[in-house]
Write a protein that binds this ligand. Sequence first.
Ligand code: ADP
Ligand code: MG
Length: 270
Amino acid sequence: MKKLALYGKGGIGKSTTASNISAALALAGKSVCQIGCDPKNDSTRLLLGRNCRSTVLDTVRDKGDAVTYDDVVHTGFAGVRCIEAGGPEPGVGCAGRGIIVALQTLEELDAVGEPDAILYDVLGDVVCGGFAVPIREGYAEDIYIVTSGEMMALYAANNIAKGVRRFASRGKVRLGGIIANSRKVHNEEELIMAFAKRLNTQLVAFIPRDPIVQQAEIRRQTVLEYAPDSAQAEVYRQLATRIWESTGSDIPTPMDFEELEAMVYHYGSR
Ligand code: ADP
Ligand code: MG
């Protein structure tokens, strides 16, 4: 069983990428479970064709101990099992704490079971206690960081690498690599490749920015479903294969902010 997590800055493309990876793996015959760990609750929207109706935390709030498997597990495109951890109302409570409760509830219900692949889609602007839970508690083992060549995305990616490094020393968690999701930044691929190398890991995919992603999104579909013959679908299929065939093995070596800034300047100004 592959226990995967995608981390990255908010809005960078984690859920889009995760959903397309899940779809590609499922279409290749694997059993897949995707778990959204972001208070936005939209990780699995493209797989379900709608917003998830009941998140784990909502259901726990409504039903307490009476929550059942069917309340929290929803079946999406190609049979992917979809779960949203959920989050507190904006401005109330701690999203990180919510993830802890949600993951514990899933364990009690044996909701995740033993699929071929589990994908945690985790917001990683800050790797606070709660958002580190999938790494810290051994839920996820192979960590992939999604970033563009933008400064703030790389800043978040470097912080996530710090979190992975901390927990890699005591358990099985390892960095699988960096997934570049393009924002058409100047010299973007070279920059992210250098960034990955400096972090002691590799660039596992460079995903082009392509309007077909929005065309699929407005129909609430993955690219794998909407345009399976497109070049973009092939990029996601290759990424899924690469992730499936490799095992996270890298202990990252993050840098300080000044060094990251200098790296961004170096590639951006060439
Ligand atoms: P996150 O889960 O990291 O918050 P999303 O996956 O929701 O981010 O993506 C944010 C927006 O970026 C969405 O509107 C999505 O369609 C768009 N997007 C993501 N990846 C691409 C891409 N490769 N090309 C074009 N648009 C993309
Ligand atoms: Mg998301």
